[in-house]
Design a protein around this ligand. Structure first.
Ligand code: ATP
Ligand code: MG
Length: 260
């Protein structure tokens, strides 16, 4: 591992790359994970590598919808688990909801590897201090977070083959799904089933971004930390969300940043 100086202007980006590279070597990610990450990086550059105001509002809206949901679920793919798994387990603990591993190229080996990663992080997290302002027994709350995805007893109607597999008590049952870095066709299928789909996608032009109920146009590790603050705070209610307007704001930021 190459030492990255604290002062390096691209330190955060280089550290994320390193995480993706190492996780690929460890068999946690498909080869295409690096391509998806690179596409994300390009958009993040254009967005100024920070959480913009419209993204901040989308995070709050997502927190409100997760908090008022009957059966919320956080669905994670490989990149999400590697970059933001720990923060999302904290969010799941506060919401008292499960996490489901759901990957594009489904193999039993990768699902098992990701399951072990998240279970291990869960054990480490349970020993840590609770999030600021959260009151309760943190250890037992974290240990109660179920990591789903190994079972294949649920189906997403409208999709074919391995892409349709999910957990019956996870995605199949959920009314609100937080699904970072989701693919367009799966997002579309989930929406057709009447579910609220909250996505995190740095590309405001992707099919996923356009299809979702709420699109957070921001980087997943930044999002997960802010979402945690919002679900702990709990002071938010779902609004009549205009997602097209939200995407237009992101495009305006890109246009502004790209103007010489
Ligand atoms: P779609 O099928 O929705 O049109 P796509 O096929 O272009 O999307 P994929 O390659 O399936 O996109 O998935 C990667 C998506 O995730 C990209 O839109 C990319 O911008 C986004 N992305 C990658 N890394 C991150 C990250 N760390 N945080 C947020 N979004 C990310
Ligand atoms: Mg796609």
């Amino acid at each position: 591992m190459v030492e990255i100086p604290e002062s390096h202007p691209r330190r955060t980006s280089l550290l994320s790359r390193e995480k993706i590279v190492n996780a690929t070597k460890e068999g946690l990610l498909a080869d295409s994970a690096m391509i998806a990450h690179g596409r994300g990086e390009a958009f993040d550059y254009l967005l100024g590598e920070k959480t913009n105001d419209s993204a901040r509002l989308a995070i709050k809206e997502s927190a409100a919808r997760l908090l008022s949901s009957k059966h919320p679920i956080i669905s994670v793919n490989g990149n999400t688990a590697v970059l933001a798994g720990k923060s999302l387990i904290r969010v799941a603990a506060v919401l008292n909801c499960p996490i489901e591993i759901n990957i594009y190229y489904r193999t039993v080996k990768r699902i098992n590897n990701l399951y072990l990663l998240l279970e291990n992080e869960k054990m480490l997290l349970a020993q840590e201090q609770p999030p600021t302002n959260w009151v309760g027994d943190w250890n037992s709350t974290v240990m109660a977070v179920e990591i789903l995805g190994k079972e294949n007893d649920g189906r997403i109607e409208g999709l074919e083959g391995p892409r349709s597999i999910c957990s019956a008590k996870g995605i199949e049952k959920a009314d609100v799904i937080l699904v970072p870095l989701e693919d367009g066709d799966r997002c579309e299928a989930l929406i057709s089933l009447g579910k609220q789909v909250l996505v995190v996608d740095l590309n405001p032009m992707s099919r996923t971004a356009k299809m979702a109920t709420v699109t957070i146009v921001d980087e997943i590790s930044r999002v997960a930390k802010l979402l945690l603050e919002d679900v702990v705070d709990g002071d938010c209610r779902p609004t009549k969300w205009n997602n097209d307007e939200n995407l237009i704001q992101a495009l305006k930021i890109i246009a502004k940043n790209a103007t010489p």
